[in-house]
Write a protein that binds this ligand. Structure first.
Ligand code: SAM
Length: 266
């Protein structure tokens, strides 16, 4: 897959292909990341790319002729442009399903905005999709583009040590869109914080059941109003009183919204 990022700061992306897992995808020939600077192809003098908004108001707007020139510089005047994603806080929310969908493209262009964003004609006539990475406003599209490149790149062949990692991770169809179970590793006890006994038991069936029971039990669910971890499901494994310390440390930990009380059991 080739991903073309259009930006005023192409050098910000230099690190991406040097770091794993995108480096692996690049080495395997499944990812090529290219950057294009609007200033290189702008038809305006002095490398200018923006202008004041019609109707007045604060801020500057990236011009449609500047973006058209950048796309034509990359893909030719006949506009054999690939799918073009323009980044905006008001776009379709980027999620795992969209990452899977976009990772299936052979080539993708991502347009990073700055200032007040793009002239609306960029959205209407030059882009295929308007995408947001969340309901907040960033200073520019570069960090949003990095999030998308990373989410797509790690899905490409050769990116991860084991491609099976993708099949059972958070938001995957295999987990019904839920979040993955918690993970533990050595040491089995640290500062009195234990590991659920079942994970040390060697009983693969029980480990699988424990993991299945915890799909979707990540912070997003723990923070849902009206649902408290360990209450009402009759599972003794979830009893907050089973914390290994039983003292202030347990109470402090239980007060944390992301804390899974049963995790200290054992
Ligand atoms: N005036 C715009 C508004 O109120 O919605 C905000 C523009 S923002 C300061 C500049 C650029 O950052 C946008 O054109 C977009 O490319 C990018 N950006 C900011 N927040 C984003 C988000 N949540 N998702 C995707 N891109 C974002």
């Amino acid at each position: 897959m080739r991903i073309d990022v259009f930006t005023l700061f192409p050098e910000w992306f230099d690190w991406m292909e040097r770091s794993r897992p995108l480096r692996n995808a690049h080495a395997a020939g499944s990812l090529e990341l290219c950057t294009f600077d609007y200033r290189t192809t702008t038809p305006l003098r002095g490398g200018r790319v923006d202008d004041t908004p019609y109707g007045g108001g604060p801020g500057m707007v990236i011009r449609v002729d500047v973006v058209a020139a950048a796309l034509e510089g990359a893909y030719g005047a006949t506009s054999r442009a690939p799918r073009v994603v323009v980044l905006s806080p008001r776009g379709r929310p980027f999620d795992d399903a969209m990452a899977r969908e976009l990772a299936g493209e052979d080539q993708l262009a991502i347009l990073c905005g700055r200032y007040e964003g793009f002239d609306e004609r960029v959205h209407a006539h030059l882009a295929s999709d308007t995408v947001s990475i969340g309901p907040y406003v960033l200073s520019g599209g570069e960090i949003a583009a990095m999030a998308i490149v990373d989410a797509l790149g790690r899905r490409l062949p050769g990116a991860l040590g084991n491609d099976a990692s993708l099949e059972q991770e958070s938001f995957s169809p295999a987990l019904g869109g839920g979040t993955e179970h918690p993970h533990y590793t050595r040491p089995p006890e640290f500062r009195g914080w234990g590991v659920p006994e079942v994970l040390l038991s060697g009983h693969h069936g029980e480990v699988e059941r424990w993991r299945r029971d915890r799909v979707g039990s990540g912070p997003a669910v723990a923070l849902q109003p009206g649902r408290e971890e360990g209450q009402g499901d009759g599972d003794p494994d979830r009893d907050p009183d089973r914390g290994a310390l039983g003292g202030d440390a347990d109470r402090r930990a239980d007060a944390r919204p992301d804390h899974d009380p049963e995790s200290d059991a054992g």
